[in-house]
Design a protein around this ligand. Structure first.
Ligand code: F58
Length: 837
C-alpha cells in the first residue's frame, strides 16, 4: 500500500477531527436520513422504529468515531502510558442513550425523531443489550472503562466478542428456560470491525529448543486460529475523550483446508473453520463457579494471546526498548480468567524478543496487577497440567519455571518448610496435578487487590496468607468497587438527577460525585422533600408498568417495593428471602380482615438468572414463582402482598428496577459476597438497604451512617464456628422458619416434594449458608424496615442523606485510586489546541 504524505494528511485530519460536532437539527436529520437510505436502503416513508433506531445510532456513532480517532491519535503522539483492563466479560448493556447524554445531543435527536413521528423513548427501546458478561464482575469492567473515559485516563478494555452473550431467561411453568442470545442477528452500530487488526494464535504442537539460547524455544504447530479485533467506542461524558473496548472474534480463514477443497471434500474443507468459530461463540454462563472445560481454556488463551500481541505491537511503534514496557503499559487482570497473559508475555519476551529470563520476568511483573473477586472455593480456577501441557506446551514449560524459581526463593528464606512450599506451589500436587491460576496471577503481578475492605482483609488471611508473609504486606491492597453515576443515576433516573442538578446548580456532579453532598443542606426543605418523594413514586409507577408488560401482574405503586435482583446463588440467599415471604403470607392469613387491611402493603420483587447447570438455584426460581402464583391469586390478601419474579434480568431491566426500590436486599452469608455493586446502585437511587454485614454493605453503612441502613445477621468471623457446629448438630429452625417449611411441605405452593431438597439443604445438609442462624434477626430487621417506612418523613430523610453521602461509591473514585496506586498513569486531556499538529 502507498505511504502517506504526513503534512497533507495531518492537515486533513486536523480539519476533520477539530470540526465541532454539528448540533443543529437540520444536519442531524440529514445524517439520519443518509444512513437510513444509504446504509439501510430504506426511505423515510418506509421507516419503522427499528430502522429509525439504526439510522440514528449510526449517525451518533459517526460523531463518536470522530472523537475516538482524535483521542487515540493524541495518546499515540503523546506516548501516553496506557492501562489495559483485561476482562473475559464486559456487561455493557445499551449504548445509544448513554452516547446521546455523553455528546449532549439527547434533546436534538429527540426533536429530530419527533419530526419524523417517533418518540425517543421508543427508539431507545429498540436497542438490544450487549450482554457479554454474567453479573457483577462483567458490569464492573463496563463501569471502569466508562470512568476511564470520563476521567481522561488513556485506558482500553480488552475482551471477547461472543456471538451469543448471556442467555435470555424465560419462565415456563415457573421454571427457568434458557434461550440463546443472538444479539448480533441485527446490525450492531456500536462495534467497528478491524480486519486489519488480526493476530495468529497457536495451539498444540511441539517445542524445539534453540541450541544457542537456553531460555528460548521455537513452538511449532499448524493449528493456528486468527483473532480479529472489533472496537467498541466508550463515550466519555463531559469530555471529548472516547475510550475503547477491543473485543476479539475468531476468524477462520487460515483453517480453510485447500487440499480437501481441491479434492472435492467441500464439507471437510471448512471443518476446521467450524471448530475455530466455536472459540468465541459462547459466553460461559457461570457466576462464581469454575467449569474446567477445555473449550474455556482455549477461549482464555485466544483472548490473552491476541491481547498481548496487540499491546506489544502498539508499544513497539514508540521505538522504545522492550525493557521499558512497564513505563508505557499497565495491565489489570480482572480475576484469574486472563492470567495466561502472564506466561504469554513471558513467551513473547523470551522466544520472540530474545530477552533473558530475569529481564523478561522483571518486565512482566512490573506490568501486571491482579484483582481477586471471590473466595468461594468452587470459583477458584485450576487447570489440569496434562490439559494445559497438551494445548499450550510452551506455556506449561514457562509456568513450571516460574514456579521453580519462586519456590527456590522461598526455600532460601524459609529453609526446610516443606509444608509451606506445598501450600504455595503454583502446581497443586493432586492427581492429576493442577495449575492454581490465582497463585500464578499473584506471583506474576506487582499488586493484588480485593474489591471491598472486608474482602481484601479476608483474602490476606486466607488464600494469600502465605504470600503476604513471603512477598510483603504492601503488595496486597484494597480497591473498593464503584459504579458509574452516568449510567446508574443520570441515565436511569432522570427525575432524581434533575433534582440533584437543581441543588448543585449544574450537572457537573455526574463527573464529580462529591458535589451531591450539597443535598444535605436541603434535607429540611419541604418542597424539595416532596419532589424527592414524587420522583421515587414516578419511578415506581414506571416499574409497575414494566412488571405488567413482562409478567402480567398488576402491582400497586403505593406499596413498599422490596427488591432482590442479582444472580441466583445459594450464598446470596434468595431462598431465605422467599421463606420470609412465605412466613409473612402465613401471618397475614392468620389476621382478621380488619387487622390485615391496616398492614403495610408490599410488593416483593425478584429477578436474576441461574447458571444453566445450577440445579438448586433453578429450584429456588421455581419456588419463588410457585409462591407468587398462590399469593397473587389469593383474594383475601389482595394488594397487601404481591410477589413478582421479573424474567430475564439484564442491565436494561436493572435500569428500570433499581430507581424504583424502596428497600433492596443484599443478604449474603457474612464473608461470602466480595463486594456487591448493586447495593451501591440502589442507595445512589435513594433506596434503603436491608443487608448483612458483608462486602461493600459495610462501607456503605460507614459512609451514610448506620441509621440509614438495616443490618442483621451473624458476622463474618462467627461464620466458621456456626458452620462447624452445624456439621455435627441438626440446625434448629425457629418457629417462623419452621412455619415456612411446614407450609411448603403441606403443598400450599403445589407439590411440596419438589422443594424438599431446598429444605434439606438447611435441615440436613449442614446449612452451609446459615439460614437457620440468621432467620430470626432477618425477620426482626424486616419489622424494623416496616416501622421506618410507615414514618414517611423519617424515610425521606434517610433517602436524601444516603444519596448525599454516597460519593465514595462512584467508579471514578475507584479508577483514580487504581491509576495512582497501581497503574501509575495520569489523565491526558485531549483539547483541540493540544493536538499541536
Ligand atoms: C462478583 N463476581 C462478586 N464473578 O461476586 C461480587 O461480590 C463483586 O461485587 C463483583 O464480582 C465485582 O467485583 C462475579 O461476578 C463472575 O461472574 C465470574 C464470571 C466468570 C466465571 C467465574 C465467575
Amino acid at each position: 500500500s502507498q505511504t502517506k504524505t504526513p503534512s497533507k494528511v495531518d492537515n486533513m485530519f486536523q480539519n476533520y477531527s477539530h470540526s465541532e460536532i454539528a448540533r443543529d437539527t437540520a444536519t442531524i436529520k440529514n445524517s439520519v436520513i443518509m444512513h437510513l437510505t444509504a446504509t439501510f436502503l430504506r426511505t423515510p416513508t418506509s421507516m419503522d422504529s427499528g430502522h429509525a433506531y439504526l439510522a440514528s445510532a449510526f449517525s451518533v456513532r459517526d460523531r463518536l468515531l470522530q472523537r475516538w480517532n482524535l483521542t487515540n491519535e493524541f495518546h499515540d503522539r503523546m506516548k501516553a502510558k496506557r492501562v489495559y483492563y483485561m476482562s473475559l466479560e464486559f456487561l455493557i448493556g445499551r449504548t445509544f442513550d448513554n452516547a446521546l447524554l455523553a455528546l449532549d445531543l439527547r434533546k436534538e435527536y429527540g426533536q429530530t425523531l419527533g419530526e419524523v413521528g417517533f418518540r425517543l423513548e421508543d427508539i431507545i427501546d429498540e436497542e438490544r443489550d450487549a450482554a457479554l458478561g454474567n453479573g457483577g464482575l462483567g458490569r464492573l469492567a463496563a463501569c471502569y472503562v466508562d470512568s476511564m473515559a470520563c476521567s481522561d485516563y488513556p485506558g482500553w478494555g480488552y475482551g471477547l466478542r461472543y456471538k451469543y452473550g448471556m442467555f435470555q431467561q424465560q419462565i415456563l411453568n415457573g421454571y427457568q428456560v434458557e434461550v440463546p442470545d443472538c444479539w448480533l442477528d441485527s446490525p450492531n452500530p456500536w462495534e467497528f470491525p478491524r480486519p486489519d487488526v488480526t493476530y495468529p494464535v497457536k495451539f498444540y504442537g511441539h517445542l524445539v529448543r534453540d541450541p544457542n539460547n537456553d531460555d528460548r524455544y521455537i513452538w511449532e504447530s499448524n493449528v493456528v486460529y486468527d483473532a480479529m479485533a472489533f472496537d467498541v467506542p466508550v463515550p466519555g461524558y463531559g469530555t471529548t475523550n472516547v475510550g475503547n473496548i477491543r473485543l476479539w472474534s475468531c476468524k477462520t480463514n487460515s483453517l480453510f483446508d485447500l487440499n480437501k477443497f481441491n479434492s472435492g471434500d467441500y464439507g471437510g474443507a471448512t471443518g476446521g473453520q467450524v471448530a475455530a468459530q466455536i472459540l468465541t461463540d459462547v459466553l460461559y454462563p457461570n457466576d462464581n463457579t469454575n467449569d474446567g472445560k477445555e473449550l474455556r481454556l482455549r477461549q482464555e488463551y485466544l483472548f490473552c494471546s491476541a491481547t498481548m500481541q496487540d499491546i506489544i505491537a502498539r508499544f513497539k511503534k514508540t521505538g522504545r526498548p522492550m525493557s521499558e514496557l512497564p513505563e508505557l503499559a499497565a495491565i489489570q487482570l480482572n480475576d484469574t480468567h486472563p492470567t495466561l497473559g502472564v506466561p504469554e508475555l513471558m513467551r513473547i519476551l523470551l522466544d520472540e524478543e530474545e530477552m533473558s529470563w530475569d529481564d523478561a520476568w522483571e518486565v512482566t511483573t512490573r506490568t501486571f496487577a491482579f484483582t481477586n473477586h471471590t473466595i468461594l472455593p468452587e470459583a477458584m480456577e485450576k487447570w489440569p497440567v496434562p490439559m494445559l501441557d497438551k494445548i499450550l506446551p510452551r506455556h506449561m514449560g514457562i509456568i513450571y519455571k516460574i514456579n521453580l524459581y519462586f519456590l527456590q526463593a522461598v526455600e532460601k528464606r524459609f529453609p526446610g518448610d516443606r509444608d509451606l512450599l506445598r501450600r504455595i506451589s503454583i502446581i497443586e500436587e493432586s492427581n492429576p496435578q493442577q495449575v492454581r491460576m490465582a497463585f500464578l496471577a499473584c506471583v506474576g503481578s506487582h499488586k493484588v487487590n480485593g474489591v471491598a475492605a472486608i474482602h481484601s482483609d479476608i483474602i490476606k488471611q486466607t488464600i494469600f496468607k502465605d504470600f503476604v508473609r513471603i512477598q510483603g504486606e504492601d503488595k496486597f491492597i484494597n480497591k473498593t468497587n464503584g459504579v458509574s453515576p452516568r449510567r446508574w443515576m443520570n441515565e436511569c433516573n432522570p427525575d432524581m438527577s434533575d433534582l440533584i442538578t437543581d441543588v448543585v446548580g449544574d450537572r457537573s456532579w455526574v463527573n464529580d460525585l462529591a458535589k451531591v453532598k450539597k443535598l444535605e443542606e436541603r434535607v429540611a426543605d419541604e418542597d424539595f422533600r416532596r419532589r424527592w418523594w414524587d420522583a421515587k413514586q414516578k419511578n415506581k409507577q414506571r416499574l409497575a408498568e414494566y412488571i405488567l408488560t413482562t409478567t402480567g401482574i398488576q402491582v400497586n405503586p403505593n406499596a413498599l417495593f422490596d427488591v432482590q435482583v442479582k444472580r441466583i446463588h445459594e450464598y446470596k440467599r434468595q431462598l431465605m428471602n422467599i421463606l420470609s415471604v412465605i412466613y409473612r403470607y402465613h401471618c397475614l392469613k392468620q389476621m382478621t380482615p380488619e387487622v390485615r387491611a391496616k398492614e403495610l402493603h408490599r410488593v416483593v420483587i425478584f429477578a436474576g438468572k441461574a447458571a444453566s447447570g445450577y440445579w438448586v438455584a433453578k429450584q429456588v426460581i421455581k419456588l419463588i414463582n410457585a409462591v407468587a402464583e398462590v399469593v397473587n391469586a389469593d383474594e383475601e390478601i389482595g394488594d397487601v402482598l404481591k410477589v413478582v419474579f421479573i424474567p430475564d434480568y439484564s442491565v436494561t431491566a436493572a435500569e428500570y428496577i433499581i430507581p424504583a426500590s424502596d428497600i433492596s436486599q443484599h443478604i449474603s452469608t457474612a464473608g461470602t459476597e466480595a463486594s456487591g455493586t448493586s447495593n451501591m446502585k440502589f442507595v445512589l437511587n435513594g433506596g434503603i438497604i436491608l443487608g448483612t454485614v458483608d462486602g461493600a454493605n459495610i462501607e456503605i453503612g460507614e459512609e451514610i451512617g448506620e441509621e440509614q441502613i438495616f443490618f442483621f445477621g451473624c458476622l463474618a468471623h462467627e461464620v466458621e464456628d456456626f458452620r462447624h457446629y452445624l456439621r455435627f448438630n441438626q440446625p434448629k429452625p425457629d418457629d417462623a422458619l419452621q412455619t415456612a417449611f411446614d407450609m411448603i411441605q403441606r403443598n400450599t405452593f403445589g407439590d411440596g416434594a419438589i422443594f424438599q431438597p431446598l429444605i434439606d439443604s438447611v435441615v440436613r445438609g449442614g446449612d452451609v449458608y446459615l439460614l437457620s442462624v440468621d432467620f430470626p434477626s432477618y425477620i426482626q430487621a424486616h419489622n424494623a424496615v416496616e416501622d421506618a417506612y410507615r414514618n414517611r418523613e423519617e424515610w425521606i430523610t434517610k433517602s436524601i442523606l444516603s444519596v448525599a453521602r454516597m460519593s465514595k461509591f462512584s467508579s471514578d473514585r475507584s479508577i483514580q485510586e487504581y491509576a495512582e496506586e497501581v497503574w501509575n498513569i495520569e489523565p491526558v486531556r485531549v483539547t483541540s489546541c493540544s493536538m499541536g499538529i
